[in-house]
Ligand binder design. Structure first.
Ligand code: FES
Ligand SMILES: [Fe+2]
Length: 332
């Protein structure tokens, strides 16, 4: 098995094709449902450039929309979390939408007999929940359960919903999102890039398997490591790693062809002491940041077309091969 051709990472046509065929057609983690319990509470996010929002409407339903005004396309709500009970007002010309999506008022618009507010609701997208986590999809090819595949059984025994969100961290680096995914789904680089992490696991026992919808990586941790020794990546853009009494998730969000944002959420049991939570967050972020420089320079070698695809390790890189097969299948 060979690595993908560099066009996969540097060709603007492939980047655009992925925005449509991969990101618009799949489910994306937006965070814990605990952030969306109060009426009017919302989470607004970008997913590979598409602005979306998830909101708890005042009628109690969880809804999601494109974060795009139907008038002239302004962003309705700033990215992040907040509350707008009852109504969403566009900041541009003050069109007012109910939090269930209907357009209610268009102040100072003027008389137009052909214009009817009922024709201009927000564009609804799909939303679903799994184990206390909320996902949205713009135009999904499959249900959330189907996309999650074997993950549901994999984590059946893990009390995910008993953990509380402790911290969100966002990081940005300059490399194509697929270079970061390739890197995340192999442990082959741990000795080279993460020397302390290498010392903290039994690396000779590191195993990577591509499964139904996800890549499973495991290694026995040595004494004192905050990770429990299970790291998961799920198609197409999110990860989950286990701690002793908690876990983190990350979403890998392309900002442009060579710029990527990571959105990390850290969850813990309430019984975990604050100091331990902070130590775990700091340790995890340190490992994540160690990957940025190698990704950046790999990106440059791809952009300069100096690289021709090399062979993939049968032991360590079957996740990389699986990801590349999924990408190719999504674009067919
Ligand atoms: S773009 Fe929203 S009111 Fe004009
Ligand atoms: Fe790494």
């Amino acid at each position: 098995m060979r690595n993908a051709a560099v066009g996969e990472y540097v060709d603007p046509a492939i980047y655009s094709a992925d925005q449509r065929a991969v990101f618009e057609r799949s489910w994306h983690l937006v965070g814990p449902v605990a952030r969306l319990t109060e009426p009017g509470s919302y989470v607004a996010e970008e997913i590979a450039g598409s602005k979306v929002l998830a909101i708890r409407s005042t009628d109690g339903l969880l809804r999601a929309f494109r974060n795009v005004c139907r008038h002239r396309g302004a962003r309705l709500l700033p990215e992040g979390t907040g509350s707008c009970p009852g109504f969403i007002q566009c900041p541009y010309h003050h069109w007012l939408y109910a939090d269930s999506g209907e357009l209610r008022r268009t102040p100072w618009f003027g008389d137009d007999p052909t214009f009817n507010v009922a024709d201009w609701p927000l564009d609804a997208i799909t939303i679903d929940e799994w184990r206390g986590l909320v996902f949205v999809a713009i135009d999904p090819v499959e249900s959330l359960a189907s996309q999650l595949g074997g993950l549901t059984a994999e984590l059946a025994e893990e009390p995910l919903e008993s953990y509380t969100l402790h911290r969100e961290e966002r990081m940005i680096f300059d490399a194509n999102w697929k270079i970061y995914v390739d890197n995340f789904i192999e442990g082959y680089h741990i000795p080279g890039i993460h020397p302390e992490f290498f010392q903290a696991i039994e690396f000779d026992k590191f195993e990577t398997t591509a499964r139904d919808g996800y890549v499973y990586m495991t290694a026995p941790p040595r004494e004192g490591l905050f990770y429990r020794g299970v790291w998961l990546w799920m198609w197409p853009d999110w990860t989950l790693s286990l701690f002793a009494n908690g876990f983190n998730t990350s979403r890998i969000n392309p900002l442009s062809i060579d710029r990527t944002e990571l959105v990390y959420h850290y969850y813990f049991a309430d019984s975990v002491p604050l100091e331990e939570k902070e130590r775990t967050v700091a340790g995890s972020i340190e490992v994540v940041r160690q990957d940025f420089e190698i990704c950046l320079h790999t990106n440059r070698n791809y952009t300069s077309r100096a690289y021709r695809p090399g062979p993939l390790s049968p032991h360590h890189e079957q996740g990389v091969a699986y990801f590349q097969q999924r990408l190719a299948a999504a674009r067919r």
